[in-house]
Write a protein that binds this ligand. Structure first.
Ligand code: BES
Ligand code: MN
Ligand code: ZN
Length: 482
């Protein structure tokens, strides 16, 4: 999507759809008033009214976009309104979408962000799609009182959109294409943005004693990888970094505890946590964030095989703690156990946040609009929740009750990798907590939020969401970029 900010006096190009924001109770003039009267359009949030060849307008089409109450119209509402306008006309055959909205440069910039997010499409493998089925709108004009100020305000948001698109691309890729080494290559390519990237292979991880992560990948012909991404954006390059750790299971068959065939294809996005961390690092480099950040991705493929790890196996993790495997499908926590330990051991971060499509149980608990937030630190939890609210990403605090540790006690090792069905997302989080070594830490279980199909949110096309990039970038910006 090619976006420009223009003055109201800029001529409307041919083949343009004009979107105008209408609030609850707004009245229209002339032909538009007639069109409104002939419909159920009231200006309520999310409504659209498409008017063809409107009398007295230069545009080929005019779409009224309901934005609800005027007083509640904030930057998020501006994003949604712009995205709703795009969705209404994207397949109209017209080529340009022009958006008229009142408000300052920031409002216009967020409208542009809404367009970037709504127009995301993963179509690289579609070779026979007819042109008349593809989106026709390729250009946008956003009318702003001060176009230069709007363009300047859009720069950091454009970096966010780039980061989210990067995450969405990774999450959308099929598992035959995006296996651990390919994921690592794509992350390595981010060095062109100014990030530093180190890739560890199986020999290096063996040396480090990562028996937990390596066990998960041992049934795969694809080599497991650990990617370490560094962004030193603070004025003081030696300032203690903040760390993000992502579960990157490029495909999760369940292993020997194999999953049922139904929807198994969804497990290509079991690398969504790693995808978000990679997209976050992309965004931070893009907006030159003034903070030191480490991103660590545990990249594996969980396959059944003659060499696969088994239920009953006892693994020795890098921390020295041993794990009795009860279910090879509870593999994400095994990957994160070594990634988290390595992270705190090597980088001594201020705090760590891990992201993982960890449990089906979090979907049972919270559905698809809220990720679960577990934390051993109140300030960190509060900062995450505040950032999530500001960025309109659903996040809900979950408890870490010590009593539930009983469920993962083992007779033969220091812990088991699963508990019972009761509180399955909680016992997974308690398992992770044993690998943070007391460092302030939060765990976001994004199993319900990484993928949305069908999506009812205008800024999220069906499929990969890119959940978490916005909230994490926001938290850093608000709290750690002095
Ligand atoms: N990747 C899955 C969790 C998941 C399920 C993510 C559905 C997205 C959608 C994870 O590795 C897993 O299989 N978890 C098991 C744990 C169980 C064996 C204790 C689960 O949730 O069923
Ligand atoms: Mn699994
Ligand atoms: Zn998994």
């Amino acid at each position: 999507m090619d976006i420009e900010f223009v003055a109201a006096t800029t001529a409307i190009p041919p083949k343009t759809a004009l979107a105008r924001i209408a609030f609850d109770g707004d009245t229209q003039q002339g032909a538009l008033a007639q069109a409104v009267a002939a419909s159920r359009f009231t200006g309520a949030k999310g409504q659209t009214l498409d008017v063809l060849a409107p009398q007295g307008e230069t545009a080929a089409r005019l779409v009224l976009v309901g934005a609800g109450k005027t007083a509640a119209f904030d930057v998020i509402a501006a994003e949604q309104a712009a995205a709703t306008a795009y969705n209404a006309v994207k397949a109209s055959g017209l080529e340009t979408l022009r958006i008229e909205l009142s408000g300052d440069a920031d409002m216009a910039a967020h409208a542009a962000l809404g367009l970037r997010l709504a127009s995301y499409r993963f179509d690289k493998y579609r070779t026979t799609e007819k042109t008349d089925k593809k989106p026709s709108i390729g250009k946008a004009q956003i009318v702003a009182a001060d176009p230069d100020a709007a363009l300047a305000a859009f720069a950091p948001l454009s970096a966010i959109a780039d980061g989210i698109s990067f995450t969405r691309d990774l999450v959308s890729e099929p598992p035959n294409v995006l296996y651990p080494a390919e994921f690592a290559r794509r992350v390595k390519a981010l060095e062109s943005l100014g990030l530093e990237v180190e890739i560890l292979g199986e020999p290096e991880m063996m040396q480090l004693g990562m028996g937990s992560l390596l066990a998960v990948g041992q049934g795969s012909i694809r080599e497991s990888q650990l990617a370490v991404i560094k962004w030193y954006g603070a004025a003081d390059k030696s300032a203690q970094p903040i760390a993000f750790v992502g579960k990157g299971v490029c495909f999760d068959t369940g292993g020997i505890s194999i999953k049922p065939a139904d929807s198994m294809e969804d497990m290509k996005w079991d690398m969504g946590g790693a995808g978000t961390v990679a997209g976050l690092m992309h965004a931070l480099a893009g907006r030159k964030a003034k903070v030191n950040v480490i991103g660590i991705l545990g990249l594996v493929e969980n396959m059944p095989d003659g060499n696969a790890y088994r239920p009953g196996d006892v693994l020795t993790s890098m921390s020295g703690q041993t794990i009795e495997v009860i279910n090879t499908d509870a593999e994400g926590r095994l990957v994160l156990a070594d990634a988290l330990w390595y992270c705190q051991d090597r980088f001594k971060p201020k705090f760590m946040v891990d992201l993982a499509t960890l449990t089906g149980a979090i979907i049972v608990a919270l559905g698809n609009d809220y990720a679960g937030c577990y934390a051993n630190d109140e300030d960190l939890a509060a900062n995450l929740l505040a950032a999530a609210k500001a960025e309109d990403e659903g996040l809900w605090r979950m408890p870490l009750p010590d009593a539930y540790n009983k469920q993962i006690e083992s007779m033969i090792a220091d812990m088991k990798n699963t508990g019972t069905r009761a509180g399955g997302s909680i016992t997974a989080a308690l398992f992770l907590q044993k690998y943070v070594n007391g460092v302030p830490w939060a765990h976001l279980d994004i199993a319900g939020t990484a993928w949305k199909k069908p999506s009812s949110v205008a800024t999220i096309p069906d499929g990969a969401v890119g959940f978490g990039v916005r909230l994490l970038s926001r938290m850093l910006q608000d709290k750690y970029e002095g």
